[in-house]
Design a protein around this ligand. Structure first.
Ligand SMILES: [Fe+2]
Length: 360
Protein backbone atom coordinates (compact mmCIF):
# COMPACT_ATOMS: atom_id res chain seq x y z
CA UNK A 1 0.00 0.00 0.00
CA UNK A 2 1.31 3.42 -0.94
CA UNK A 3 1.31 5.70 2.05
CA UNK A 4 0.38 9.33 1.46
CA UNK A 5 1.76 12.27 3.48
CA UNK A 6 0.55 15.80 3.95
CA UNK A 7 2.82 18.73 2.97
CA UNK A 8 3.37 19.40 6.69
CA UNK A 9 4.69 15.85 7.18
CA UNK A 10 7.13 16.38 4.26
CA UNK A 11 8.28 19.65 5.84
CA UNK A 12 8.67 18.06 9.27
CA UNK A 13 10.91 15.35 7.85
CA UNK A 14 13.11 17.90 6.06
CA UNK A 15 13.42 20.00 9.24
CA UNK A 16 14.25 16.85 11.21
CA UNK A 17 17.16 16.11 8.81
CA UNK A 18 18.55 19.65 8.89
CA UNK A 19 17.32 20.46 5.37
CA UNK A 20 18.78 17.34 3.76
CA UNK A 21 16.20 16.49 1.06
CA UNK A 22 17.74 13.16 0.21
CA UNK A 23 17.59 11.90 3.84
CA UNK A 24 13.99 13.08 4.17
CA UNK A 25 12.90 11.37 0.90
CA UNK A 26 14.59 8.17 2.00
CA UNK A 27 12.88 8.24 5.38
CA UNK A 28 9.42 8.75 3.88
CA UNK A 29 10.06 6.37 0.99
CA UNK A 30 9.00 8.94 -1.60
CA UNK A 31 10.58 10.31 -4.75
CA UNK A 32 12.60 13.53 -4.75
CA UNK A 33 10.07 15.00 -7.14
CA UNK A 34 7.20 14.39 -4.67
CA UNK A 35 9.28 15.88 -1.84
CA UNK A 36 10.12 19.03 -3.81
CA UNK A 37 6.48 19.45 -4.92
CA UNK A 38 5.18 19.32 -1.33
CA UNK A 39 7.87 21.69 -0.04
CA UNK A 40 6.78 24.12 -2.76
CA UNK A 41 3.21 23.92 -1.41
CA UNK A 42 4.57 24.79 2.07
CA UNK A 43 6.60 27.71 0.70
CA UNK A 44 3.58 29.05 -1.19
CA UNK A 45 1.59 28.85 2.05
CA UNK A 46 4.21 31.05 3.75
CA UNK A 47 5.89 28.29 5.76
CA UNK A 48 9.63 28.48 6.44
CA UNK A 49 11.46 25.75 4.56
CA UNK A 50 15.11 25.21 5.59
CA UNK A 51 17.70 25.29 2.73
CA UNK A 52 19.69 22.15 1.92
CA UNK A 53 23.08 21.89 3.79
CA UNK A 54 25.06 22.46 0.56
CA UNK A 55 23.10 25.56 -0.38
CA UNK A 56 23.28 26.81 3.21
CA UNK A 57 27.02 26.38 3.14
CA UNK A 58 27.25 28.31 -0.16
CA UNK A 59 25.01 31.07 1.27
CA UNK A 60 27.24 31.40 4.33
CA UNK A 61 30.27 31.64 2.06
CA UNK A 62 28.61 34.36 -0.04
CA UNK A 63 27.67 36.22 3.14
CA UNK A 64 31.35 36.23 4.22
CA UNK A 65 31.40 33.34 6.64
CA UNK A 66 34.17 30.79 5.91
CA UNK A 67 32.76 27.59 4.40
CA UNK A 68 32.45 24.54 6.57
CA UNK A 69 34.85 22.17 4.82
CA UNK A 70 33.65 19.21 6.86
CA UNK A 71 30.14 19.72 5.52
CA UNK A 72 31.24 19.58 1.90
CA UNK A 73 29.70 16.88 -0.14
CA UNK A 74 32.01 13.84 -0.28
CA UNK A 75 30.99 13.09 -3.83
CA UNK A 76 32.00 16.60 -4.88
CA UNK A 77 35.41 16.15 -3.26
CA UNK A 78 35.86 12.81 -5.01
CA UNK A 79 35.10 14.47 -8.34
CA UNK A 80 37.69 17.16 -7.66
CA UNK A 81 40.29 14.51 -6.75
CA UNK A 82 39.49 12.58 -9.89
CA UNK A 83 39.87 15.66 -12.10
CA UNK A 84 43.13 16.52 -10.37
CA UNK A 85 44.44 13.01 -11.05
CA UNK A 86 43.47 13.25 -14.70
CA UNK A 87 45.19 16.62 -15.07
CA UNK A 88 48.34 15.19 -13.48
CA UNK A 89 48.34 12.24 -15.90
CA UNK A 90 47.95 14.52 -18.93
CA UNK A 91 50.76 16.77 -17.67
CA UNK A 92 53.07 13.76 -17.21
CA UNK A 93 52.40 12.55 -20.78
CA UNK A 94 52.93 16.07 -22.18
CA UNK A 95 56.22 16.40 -20.31
CA UNK A 96 57.39 12.99 -21.64
CA UNK A 97 56.44 13.91 -25.24
CA UNK A 98 58.25 17.26 -25.01
CA UNK A 99 61.43 15.78 -23.56
CA UNK A 100 64.36 14.74 -25.77
CA UNK A 101 64.47 11.02 -26.54
CA UNK A 102 67.84 10.74 -24.75
CA UNK A 103 66.28 12.15 -21.55
CA UNK A 104 63.41 9.68 -21.45
CA UNK A 105 63.82 6.97 -18.94
CA UNK A 106 63.21 3.51 -20.32
CA UNK A 107 64.07 0.06 -19.11
CA UNK A 108 67.54 -0.80 -20.36
CA UNK A 109 67.39 -3.70 -22.81
CA UNK A 110 69.47 -6.79 -22.27
CA UNK A 111 72.44 -7.44 -24.52
CA UNK A 112 74.06 -5.34 -27.23
CA UNK A 113 72.63 -3.14 -29.95
CA UNK A 114 74.15 -3.58 -33.40
CA UNK A 115 73.62 -1.51 -36.54
CA UNK A 116 74.43 -3.42 -39.74
CA UNK A 117 75.22 -1.30 -42.80
CA UNK A 118 75.12 -3.43 -45.98
CA UNK A 119 77.09 -2.84 -49.20
CA UNK A 120 77.17 0.83 -50.21
CA UNK A 121 79.38 0.39 -53.32
CA UNK A 122 80.48 4.04 -53.34
CA UNK A 123 82.15 5.31 -56.49
CA UNK A 124 82.57 8.64 -58.28
CA UNK A 125 79.29 10.22 -59.37
CA UNK A 126 76.81 8.34 -57.18
CA UNK A 127 74.67 10.04 -54.48
CA UNK A 128 75.93 9.61 -50.93
CA UNK A 129 73.49 11.68 -48.85
CA UNK A 130 71.94 8.44 -47.56
CA UNK A 131 75.28 7.77 -45.80
CA UNK A 132 74.91 11.04 -43.88
CA UNK A 133 71.33 9.98 -43.06
CA UNK A 134 72.58 6.63 -41.73
CA UNK A 135 75.17 8.50 -39.62
CA UNK A 136 72.45 10.77 -38.20
CA UNK A 137 70.32 7.71 -37.46
CA UNK A 138 73.22 6.00 -35.67
CA UNK A 139 73.96 9.16 -33.67
CA UNK A 140 70.34 9.27 -32.49
CA UNK A 141 69.78 5.54 -31.83
CA UNK A 142 73.28 4.95 -30.46
CA UNK A 143 73.98 1.29 -31.20
CA UNK A 144 77.04 0.14 -29.24
CA UNK A 145 78.45 -1.61 -32.32
CA UNK A 146 78.25 -0.61 -35.98
CA UNK A 147 79.13 -3.27 -38.54
CA UNK A 148 79.98 -2.17 -42.07
CA UNK A 149 79.30 -5.30 -44.13
CA UNK A 150 81.93 -4.68 -46.81
CA UNK A 151 81.89 -3.46 -50.41
CA UNK A 152 81.77 0.08 -49.03
CA UNK A 153 84.19 0.92 -51.83
CA UNK A 154 83.10 -0.17 -55.29
CA UNK A 155 86.52 0.07 -57.07
CA UNK A 156 85.28 0.03 -60.68
CA UNK A 157 88.87 0.79 -61.84
CA UNK A 158 89.90 -2.67 -60.61
CA UNK A 159 86.89 -4.53 -62.03
CA UNK A 160 87.65 -7.49 -64.27
CA UNK A 161 84.02 -7.69 -65.36
CA UNK A 162 84.12 -4.96 -68.01
CA UNK A 163 87.86 -4.40 -68.46
CA UNK A 164 88.63 -3.34 -72.05
CA UNK A 165 85.03 -2.25 -72.71
CA UNK A 166 83.83 1.28 -73.46
CA UNK A 167 82.32 1.58 -69.99
CA UNK A 168 85.80 1.18 -68.49
CA UNK A 169 87.06 4.48 -69.94
CA UNK A 170 88.11 7.19 -67.42
CA UNK A 171 88.27 5.01 -64.35
CA UNK A 172 91.07 5.81 -61.91
CA UNK A 173 92.19 3.95 -58.78
CA UNK A 174 92.88 7.15 -56.83
CA UNK A 175 89.38 8.52 -57.60
CA UNK A 176 87.82 5.23 -56.43
CA UNK A 177 89.70 5.44 -53.13
CA UNK A 178 88.74 9.07 -52.53
CA UNK A 179 85.06 8.50 -53.42
CA UNK A 180 84.69 5.81 -50.73
CA UNK A 181 86.57 7.94 -48.21
CA UNK A 182 84.26 10.89 -48.91
CA UNK A 183 81.27 8.62 -48.24
CA UNK A 184 82.87 7.44 -45.00
CA UNK A 185 83.42 11.04 -43.89
CA UNK A 186 79.74 11.80 -44.48
CA UNK A 187 78.69 8.73 -42.49
CA UNK A 188 81.03 9.28 -39.53
CA UNK A 189 80.62 13.06 -39.15
CA UNK A 190 77.33 12.95 -37.13
CA UNK A 191 78.64 10.05 -35.02
CA UNK A 192 81.78 11.98 -34.11
CA UNK A 193 79.69 15.02 -33.20
CA UNK A 194 77.35 13.03 -30.90
CA UNK A 195 78.39 13.91 -27.35
CA UNK A 196 79.48 10.94 -25.25
CA UNK A 197 78.90 8.42 -28.07
CA UNK A 198 81.86 6.28 -29.13
CA UNK A 199 80.62 3.05 -30.76
CA UNK A 200 82.81 0.16 -31.82
CA UNK A 201 82.90 0.31 -35.64
CA UNK A 202 83.80 -2.89 -37.48
CA UNK A 203 84.18 -3.58 -41.19
CA UNK A 204 84.13 -7.04 -42.76
CA UNK A 205 85.93 -6.30 -46.02
CA UNK A 206 84.12 -7.35 -49.18
CA UNK A 207 85.13 -8.72 -52.56
CA UNK A 208 85.18 -5.15 -53.98
CA UNK A 209 87.80 -4.01 -51.45
CA UNK A 210 89.60 -7.28 -52.09
CA UNK A 211 90.02 -6.19 -55.70
CA UNK A 212 93.05 -4.23 -54.43
CA UNK A 213 94.75 -7.41 -53.15
CA UNK A 214 93.76 -9.30 -56.27
CA UNK A 215 95.23 -6.58 -58.54
CA UNK A 216 98.55 -6.83 -56.66
CA UNK A 217 98.55 -10.62 -57.01
CA UNK A 218 97.89 -10.35 -60.75
CA UNK A 219 100.39 -7.51 -61.29
CA UNK A 220 103.34 -7.90 -58.95
CA UNK A 221 104.67 -4.53 -60.12
CA UNK A 222 101.91 -2.86 -58.08
CA UNK A 223 103.25 -4.32 -54.84
CA UNK A 224 104.22 -1.44 -52.55
CA UNK A 225 102.39 1.15 -54.63
CA UNK A 226 98.76 0.40 -53.74
CA UNK A 227 97.14 -1.53 -50.90
CA UNK A 228 94.21 -1.76 -48.49
CA UNK A 229 96.05 0.76 -46.31
CA UNK A 230 95.02 3.40 -48.90
CA UNK A 231 91.50 3.19 -47.43
CA UNK A 232 92.90 4.54 -44.12
CA UNK A 233 90.43 2.49 -42.10
CA UNK A 234 92.45 2.71 -38.88
CA UNK A 235 92.58 6.50 -39.23
CA UNK A 236 88.77 6.44 -39.44
CA UNK A 237 88.73 4.42 -36.19
CA UNK A 238 87.42 1.33 -37.97
CA UNK A 239 88.38 -2.20 -36.95
CA UNK A 240 88.91 -4.01 -40.29
CA UNK A 241 88.55 -7.77 -40.79
CA UNK A 242 89.95 -9.52 -43.85
CA UNK A 243 87.72 -10.56 -46.72
CA UNK A 244 85.83 -13.77 -45.71
CA UNK A 245 87.25 -13.69 -42.19
CA UNK A 246 84.16 -13.73 -39.87
CA UNK A 247 84.05 -11.66 -36.71
CA UNK A 248 81.80 -12.82 -33.85
CA UNK A 249 80.20 -10.11 -31.70
CA UNK A 250 77.75 -10.98 -28.89
CA UNK A 251 77.40 -14.44 -30.43
CA UNK A 252 76.56 -13.21 -33.95
CA UNK A 253 78.97 -14.08 -36.75
CA UNK A 254 79.46 -11.32 -39.33
CA UNK A 255 81.11 -11.82 -42.70
CA UNK A 256 80.72 -10.35 -46.20
CA UNK A 257 79.32 -13.74 -47.17
CA UNK A 258 79.49 -17.32 -45.94
CA UNK A 259 80.75 -19.70 -48.67
CA UNK A 260 80.28 -22.98 -46.71
CA UNK A 261 78.55 -25.68 -48.78
CA UNK A 262 75.61 -27.87 -47.67
CA UNK A 263 78.13 -30.60 -46.72
CA UNK A 264 79.71 -28.20 -44.23
CA UNK A 265 82.94 -27.71 -46.21
CA UNK A 266 84.28 -24.59 -47.85
CA UNK A 267 84.96 -25.78 -51.40
CA UNK A 268 84.91 -22.36 -53.09
CA UNK A 269 85.07 -18.70 -52.05
CA UNK A 270 83.38 -16.93 -54.94
CA UNK A 271 79.81 -16.87 -53.58
CA UNK A 272 77.85 -17.21 -50.37
CA UNK A 273 74.86 -19.31 -49.32
CA UNK A 274 71.87 -19.20 -51.71
CA UNK A 275 69.53 -17.85 -49.04
CA UNK A 276 69.34 -16.91 -45.35
CA UNK A 277 67.91 -20.26 -44.23
CA UNK A 278 70.67 -22.25 -45.96
CA UNK A 279 73.27 -19.87 -44.51
CA UNK A 280 71.86 -20.36 -41.00
CA UNK A 281 71.74 -24.17 -41.32
CA UNK A 282 75.26 -24.37 -42.74
CA UNK A 283 76.82 -22.07 -40.13
CA UNK A 284 74.74 -23.50 -37.24
CA UNK A 285 74.64 -20.14 -35.47
CA UNK A 286 73.42 -16.60 -35.96
CA UNK A 287 75.16 -15.16 -38.99
CA UNK A 288 74.73 -11.88 -40.86
CA UNK A 289 76.06 -11.30 -44.37
CA UNK A 290 75.88 -8.70 -47.12
CA UNK A 291 77.00 -9.10 -50.75
CA UNK A 292 73.71 -10.37 -52.24
CA UNK A 293 71.28 -7.60 -53.24
CA UNK A 294 68.01 -7.43 -51.33
CA UNK A 295 67.01 -8.81 -47.95
CA UNK A 296 66.42 -12.33 -46.66
CA UNK A 297 65.97 -13.60 -43.11
CA UNK A 298 65.40 -16.91 -41.32
CA UNK A 299 65.41 -18.18 -37.75
CA UNK A 300 65.78 -21.62 -36.18
CA UNK A 301 66.36 -22.90 -32.65
CA UNK A 302 69.84 -24.30 -32.00
CA UNK A 303 70.52 -25.90 -28.62
CA UNK A 304 67.50 -24.17 -27.15
CA UNK A 305 68.45 -20.73 -28.46
CA UNK A 306 66.73 -18.96 -31.32
CA UNK A 307 69.38 -18.10 -33.92
CA UNK A 308 69.06 -15.92 -37.02
CA UNK A 309 70.36 -15.95 -40.55
CA UNK A 310 70.33 -12.57 -42.30
CA UNK A 311 71.44 -11.58 -45.78
CA UNK A 312 71.20 -7.83 -46.45
CA UNK A 313 73.38 -6.63 -49.31
CA UNK A 314 72.25 -3.28 -50.64
CA UNK A 315 72.36 0.22 -49.22
CA UNK A 316 72.77 2.59 -52.17
CA UNK A 317 70.62 4.88 -54.32
CA UNK A 318 72.25 4.37 -57.72
CA UNK A 319 71.56 1.60 -60.19
CA UNK A 320 74.20 -1.01 -60.91
CA UNK A 321 74.92 -1.34 -64.62
CA UNK A 322 75.77 -5.04 -64.37
CA UNK A 323 72.18 -5.79 -63.28
CA UNK A 324 69.27 -5.91 -65.73
CA UNK A 325 66.38 -3.45 -65.21
CA UNK A 326 64.46 -6.19 -63.37
CA UNK A 327 67.50 -6.87 -61.20
CA UNK A 328 67.41 -3.28 -59.83
CA UNK A 329 64.13 -3.89 -58.01
CA UNK A 330 65.41 -5.04 -54.62
CA UNK A 331 65.32 -3.86 -51.00
CA UNK A 332 67.76 -1.15 -49.85
CA UNK A 333 68.38 -0.24 -46.24
CA UNK A 334 70.14 -1.04 -42.96
CA UNK A 335 69.33 -3.49 -40.17
CA UNK A 336 69.22 -2.76 -36.43
CA UNK A 337 69.73 -5.74 -34.12
CA UNK A 338 68.26 -5.17 -30.66
CA UNK A 339 69.02 -7.13 -27.47
CA UNK A 340 71.89 -9.10 -28.97
CA UNK A 341 73.05 -11.81 -26.60
CA UNK A 342 74.53 -15.26 -27.32
CA UNK A 343 73.42 -14.92 -30.95
CA UNK A 344 69.80 -14.16 -30.02
CA UNK A 345 68.44 -10.78 -31.10
CA UNK A 346 65.39 -8.87 -32.31
CA UNK A 347 65.96 -7.66 -35.89
CA UNK A 348 64.51 -4.43 -37.29
CA UNK A 349 64.88 -3.35 -40.92
CA UNK A 350 65.19 0.35 -41.66
CA UNK A 351 64.53 1.23 -45.29
CA UNK A 352 66.61 3.61 -47.42
CA UNK A 353 63.63 5.89 -48.21
CA UNK A 354 62.73 6.20 -44.53
CA UNK A 355 66.30 7.21 -43.67
CA UNK A 356 66.40 9.77 -46.50
CA UNK A 357 63.01 11.18 -45.48
CA UNK A 358 63.68 11.36 -41.75
CA UNK A 359 67.45 11.70 -41.28
CA UNK A 360 69.06 13.23 -44.41
FE1 LIG B 1 80.18 -8.30 -52.39
Amino acid sequence: MIRRYTPDQYLASVVKHGGDRRAAANELGVSHHALWANLKVCEDAGRSVPPSPYIANRLEYVRGKPPDVAANNQALQATIDDLRGQLEAVTTVKRWAASKPSKRTARKPNGGKHLYIPDTQVKVGVPIDHLAAAGNYAAEKRPDTIILGGDWWDFPSLSSYDRGKLSFEGRRYRLDVEAGKAGMERFLAPIRKAKGYRPRIVMTLGNHENRVNRAIEEHAVLDGTIGIHDLQLSAFGIEAHEFLSPVVIDGVSYCHYFPRSASGKVMQSKSGAPNALAQLRREGRSCVAGHTQGFDIACLPFSGRLQWGVIAGSFYQHQENYLTPQGQDHWHGVVMLHEVQDGCFSPMVVGLNYLLHKYA
